[in-house]
Design a binder for this molecule. Structure first.
Ligand code: ZN
Ligand code: MN
Length: 488
């Protein structure tokens, strides 16, 4: 494998989170009754005219700002002509020579890589350059059955942002990291839900292999139908080996498009360059060019740009969080929102303690990529309360885990659960002193050991007192009482 150089470029289509479609007022709604969100414009009826969606343009320019792109002062709209049943107009409105964003890049952070690859990152701190980002409209959805196909035009005309990278990516792991980083940025800006499994982030991979020492790139082979981050990684691995095998046997690779079969874990040929489309692009006569300066000014005047995961992570590290925890908690806006709410509500609790609880106990129960604050039965504030009780010694760590399990299921407040479970720790000094005195009286030899400076014996007393109170004693108080009674 080392005889060949791998070159990868990604084309990502991200569905924008606008309320209406790109060129009409139809609502954008996932999972609605088929063909209920259509109108003459998005059905391509004769005489219907497109009207630009300002929010879609704004979200695309904002994305460009976060990724360090340039937005030209004037951009244009073009028609990409082809025939397919899911596209009623027989052309797609897109941007060919004058897209909304040019240049820029996506930074790859250590924790953007797959877990098993984080130890062996080939190019730490790498930034994958972008070619362009343009705005276009989506097509409808066809569903194929045995003898017929159904068409749903609800998606036809919804805004799509296409993000095209330079062929800068050198491995399957870098492609994975690129998508992870990009997804985090899109989500933090609120411009896209960016979920590959739900189809609102779709990715095509251009991949080519060439022998070491050869200057020009090998034949460009495009992979389609990749519907998860892990599929992208596996498809690239498979395709790299397949192409290397071909080159080893002296075969010539030709420019082509292949489909990834996720179940079989392999790619199959869809079409070669000979039957490539000629899209006959031309400027759309129904749409005027857009002057972007006004829009850029509006974005800047609206306040500071959204915080991208990388800067959020730095801020968390400033609060004392270790790098890994900081990067996990800053990876999605819903998770960082949860963490920050809990931290703000319980300023007495060190942020790093709260962070540990969120990244361990909380994340053990929710899917980091797929949870909504609204779907939880409890608030971040009531979650933080559990951590607060653990910190001040009201309940032990194991008890806290039980309390959280119950809160997760029922949404009951922490104090109520603690009471019902009888977890209330004994913090009554008189009661604790009585327990400790009894143990001291029964173990004069151990008392002598502590007085001789044996710290271990001190812990032994704390353990005995905890046992005697059936785990309900406040350990901090017990330690203090033992220290006071033995050492005076
Ligand atoms: Zn419409
Ligand atoms: Mn496209």
């Amino acid at each position: 494998m080392s005889k060949y150089i791998l070159t990868i470029g990604l084309e990502v289509h991200a569905q924008l989170t606008t309320r209406s479609k790109m060129f009409c007022a139809c609502p954008v709604e996932y999972g609605a009754e088929p063909n209920t969100h259509t109108c003459p414009t998005c059905l391509g009826l004769p005489g219907a005219l497109p009207v630009l969606n300002a929010a879609a343009i704004e979200k695309t320019i904002l994305t460009g700002m976060l990724l360090g792109c340039e937005t030209p002062p004037v951009v244009n709209w073009d028609r990409k002509n082809y025939f397919y049943p899911d596209m009623p107009k027989n052309y797609q409105i897109t941007q060919m020579p004058f897209p909304l964003c040019l240049g820029g890049g996506v930074p790859l952070g250590e924790f953007d890589y797959p877990k098993d690859a984080q130890k062996s990152i080939a190019n730490p701190g790498k930034v994958v350059r972008l070619t362009r980002i343009h705005l276009e409209e989506d097509v409808g959805k066809s569903t194929h059955y045995d003898k017929f196909t159904t068409l749903d035009f609800n998606r036809a005309g919804t805004p799509l942002m296409e993000i095209v990278s330079e062929p800068d990516i050198d491995s399957a792991e870098e492609a994975f990291a690129y998508l992870t980083s990009l997804r985090g940025i899109l989500r933090s800006a609120g411009v896209s839900d960016a979920d590959m499994e739900k189809g609102n982030l779709r990715c095509d991979v251009n991949i080519s292999l060439r022998p070491e020492g050869q200057k020009e790139l090998g034949a460009k082979i495009e992979l389609k139908n990749l519907n998860s981050m892990s599929a992208v990684r596996r498809a690239i691995k498979f395709e790299t080996e397949r192409q290397a095998g071909c080159l080893d046997r002296g075969e010539k690779l030709i420019q082509s498009t292949r489909r990834w079969d996720d179940d079989r874990g392999e790619t199959t040929l869809m079409r070669t360059k000979e039957d490539a489309h000629d899209y006959r692009y031309f400027p759309d006569p129904d749409l005027l060019p857009v002057h972007t300066d006004v829009i850029k000014k509006r974005i800047r005047d609206a306040g500071p740009l959204p915080e991208v995961p990388k800067s959020k992570s730095m801020r968390y590290m400033g609060m004392g969080l270790p790098e890994y925890t900081a990067s996990v908690l800053s990876s999605t806006p819903s998770l960082s929102g949860f963490f920050e709410c809990a931290t703000d509500a319980w300023k007495q609790v060190p942020a790093v303690k709260m962070a540990n609880w969120v990244s361990n106990e909380f994340l053990a129960k929710v899917d980091i990529d797929n949870f909504a604050l609204e779907s939880l039965k409890f608030t971040p504030t009531s979650f933080g309360e559990i951590v607060y009780y653990t910190e001040n010694g009201k309940i032990s760590n194991n008890q806290a885990k039980e309390v959280f399990a119950e809160m997760f299921e029922t949404g009951k407040p922490a104090a109520e659960i603690i009471k019902a479970k009888g977890f209330e720790q004994v913090s009554d000094t008189g009661a604790l002193e009585a327990i400790v005195e009894k143990i001291l009286a029964a173990n004069p030899d151990k008392v002598a050991e502590v007085q001789a400076g044996n710290e271990k014996a001190m812990n032994w007393f704390t353990g005995q007192a905890m046992k005697a109170s059936q785990g309900k004693a406040n350990p901090k108080m017990v330690t203090e009482i033992v220290r006071k009674k033995v050492l005076g």
